[in-house]
Design a protein around this ligand. Sequence first.
Ligand code: FES
Ligand code: FES
Length: 172
Amino acid sequence: MTDEERHDGDGSTRLTVSYGINGKVSAREIDPSESLLDDLRARGFTGAHAGCEHGVCGACTVLVDGEPVRSCIVLSVQVQGAAVETVEGLGTVDRPSDLQQAFSQCRGLQCGFCTPGFLMLATALLRRDPTPDHEAIREAVSSNLCRCTGYHSIVEAIGRVSGTPRSSHDRG
Ligand code: FES
Ligand code: FES
């Protein structure tokens, strides 16, 4: 048994899991079977949404050490010591990031349920490639589902931040 591990009288095990969230270290005692999504939400970071909870929709996407992951299918214990980034780290209602402003201006969201996941995907893309062409943007966002926008406005929003010219397909 480690210092971080505790066995309760009922046979259950609790672990203290610690990792960075948007630049600040956070520690919490969890059930080892807890998903990163549930753990983040329990720690007060509710921006990652629980959609399908089967790794399909991407609404729960966060960055772990800079890479997009579906937090519903990752165990919290797997990110011990890692740097996790959530949508709360991008900006605030009063001070939205350029990407968040572009989503708003380009109508890249309607109900908004999928938006945190798309914002995190786009953040990872723009760090990797600050000037992606439309194909690269489309490919990056194709892993997540949006039931409202038809995706064009999401691609346009990311393209606006990166300075990617609108394609004739998107002007339609
Ligand atoms: S809620 Fe995680 S992929 Fe759908
Ligand atoms: S804006 Fe509603 S699901 Fe994408």
